[in-house]
Design a protein around this ligand. Structure first.
Ligand code: PMP
Length: 354
C-alpha cells in the first residue's frame, strides 16, 4: 500500500524526554501540552487496576459488560449503543470502519483534531474541511459547517473544540443533522465534555438516528495512559459494533480502571473545578489575547509560537505550539494545578515581555 499520503500523529513529547534534552530534573518541569489531568487518575481507578493486574493473563470479559452497562445507565441508552474502544481515537476508527466505503468523504474542522482525517484516510476515505476563522473568534455555528458541506458521510463537530475551546450549541448540532443528508452521520466529539457547563449531545439520540457522540476517559477521568474511550451511537447501529471492532476492543485493566473512575465523582469535580479556575486565571493574568474556553485548556495568541514555546520550555514549562494546527501564532495552555498554572503564566509573560 502506498502510504505517502499518510502522516504520523504528532504526539507531544513526554516530560522525561524534554528533561533529558534540556538537562532538567523531571520534577522541575511542568507539562501543560497534552490536555492531561494534572491530578492524575482517581485513587479508586489506581486500586482497581492494581487489583486486576493478577488476572492479566486472561482475556477480557465478553463485551466488557460491566462497563458498558454502567455507561448505558449513565447516559440513558442501551448497552449496545456504547462502543468501547482503545481511547476516543479507537472509537473514531470504528466509526470510520462502519461508515466509509472507499472514496467516501468526511468533513472535518480546520483548525482541528488531526485524527479525524487520519482515521478516514486509513479507511480509504477522503477528507474535506470547514474553516473556523480566528478573526471570527473560531465561532462554531451551523452555518460554518453547512456552507462547506457537500454530502460527506461523516461530519465531525468538536465541542468543546480543540484547540479554540469554543462550543456548538445543541440547536446548532440539530440544525446540522436536519440539513444534512439522511446518510450523513454527525459525530459530536465531546472529549472535553466534562469541563463544559452544557448538556451532552447524547440526549439528542433519544429521537435521532443521525448523531453519534464521542467521549473519553483520558481527560477529566485522568486515564489517558490506559487508553479508554467510547462512541455512543444511534440504537439502530447496535449490531454494527460486533462487525467492526477489534477483538477485545478495550483492555480489561482499562475497563476496571474506567468503572472505578466513574464512582469517584469527587475526583472529577476537583479536576473540573480546577480547570475552570485555571481558565479564568489565564484570561485575567496572561499578557496575550486568549479565547474563551469550555475545555481544560486555553488558546493564546503569542506572536511566533514556535519561538515562544521553545523559550518557555527552557524555563521548564512545556506548552503546545499550535503551528501544527495551522495557527503558527498561537499556543495552547493546558489547565494545570494552581501552582502549575501560575508558573506557566508567569514564565510565558516573562518570555513575552523579553
Ligand atoms: N478528540 C479530541 C478533540 C481530542 O483532543 C482528543 C485527545 N487528544 C481525542 C479526541 C482522543 O482522545 P483519546 O484517544 O485519548 O480518548
Amino acid at each position: 500500500r502506498d502510504l505517502s499520503a499518510h502522516v504520523a500523529y504528532q504526539a507531544g513529547r513526554g516530560i522525561e524526554e524534554v528533561a533529558r534534552e534540556l538537562g532538567f530534573d523531571p520534577d522541575d518541569l511542568v507539562k501543560l501540552a497534552s490536555n492531561e489531568n494534572p491530578f492524575g487518575p482517581s485513587p479508586a481507578a489506581v486500586d482497581a487496576i492494581r487489583n486486576g493486574a493478577g488476572n492479566a493473563s486472561s482475556y477480557p470479559k465478553a463485551s466488557h459488560t460491566d462497563l458498558t452497562a454502567r455507561l448505558a445507565e449513565r447516559w440513558n441508552v442501551e448497552p449496545a449503543q456504547i462502543w468501547l474502544a482503545n481511547g476516543g481515537d479507537g472509537a473514531l476508527d470504528y466509526l470510520s470502519r462502519a461508515m466509509l466505503e472507499p472514496g467516501d468523504e468526511v468533513l472535518v474542522p480546520t483548525p482541528g483534531f488531526a485524527y479525524y482525517g487520519m482515521s478516514a484516510r486509513y479507511h480509504h476515505g477522503e477528507v474535506s474541511e470547514y474553516s473556523l476563522s480566528k478573526d471570527d473568534g473560531f465561532e462554531l455555528t451551523a452555518d460554518a459547517v453547512l456552507s462547506a458541506y457537500d454530502n460527506e458521510r461523516i461530519v465531525y463537530l468538536t465541542s468543546p473544540h480543540n484547540p479554540s475551546g469554543g462550543m456548538f450549541s445543541l440547536d446548532a448540532v440539530e440544525t446540522i443533522a436536519d440539513e444534512t443528508d439522511e446518510r450523513t452521520l454527525v459525530v459530536v466529539d465531546e472529549a472535553y465534555g466534562e469541563y463544559a457547563d452544557a448538556p451532552s449531545a447524547i440526549e439528542l439520540l433519544d429521537d435521532r438516528d443521525d448523531v453519534a457522540v464521542l467521549r473519553t476517559f483520558s481527560k477529566a477521568f485522568g486515564l489517558a495512559g490506559v487508553r479508554l474511550g467510547y462512541a455512543v451511537v444511534p440504537d439502530d447501529w447496535a449490531d454494527a459494533y460486533a462487525r467492526v471492532n477489534t477483538p477485545f476492543a478495550a483492555s480489561e485493566l482499562a475497563c476496571r480502571g474506567g468503572l472505578a473512575a466513574l464512582t469517584d465523582d469527587e475526583h472529577v469535580e476537583k479536576s473540573v473545578e480546577t480547570a475552570r479556575w485555571a481558565r479564568e486565571y489565564i484570561y485575567e493574568n496572561l499578557d496575550a489575547p486568549t479565547w474563551e474556553s469550555h475545555g481544560n485548556f486555553v488558546l493564546a495568541e503569542v506572536g511566533n509560537a514556535s519561538e515562544v514555546t521553545e523559550a518557555v520550555q527552557e524555563r521548564g514549562v512545556i506548552l503546545r505550539d499550535c503551528t501544527s494546527f495551522g495557527l503558527p501564532e498561537c499556543v495552547r495552555i493546558t489547565c494545570g494545578t494552581e501552582d502549575e498554572t501560575k508558573r506557566a503564566v508567569r514564565e510565558l509573560n516573562e518570555v513575552l515581555s523579553s
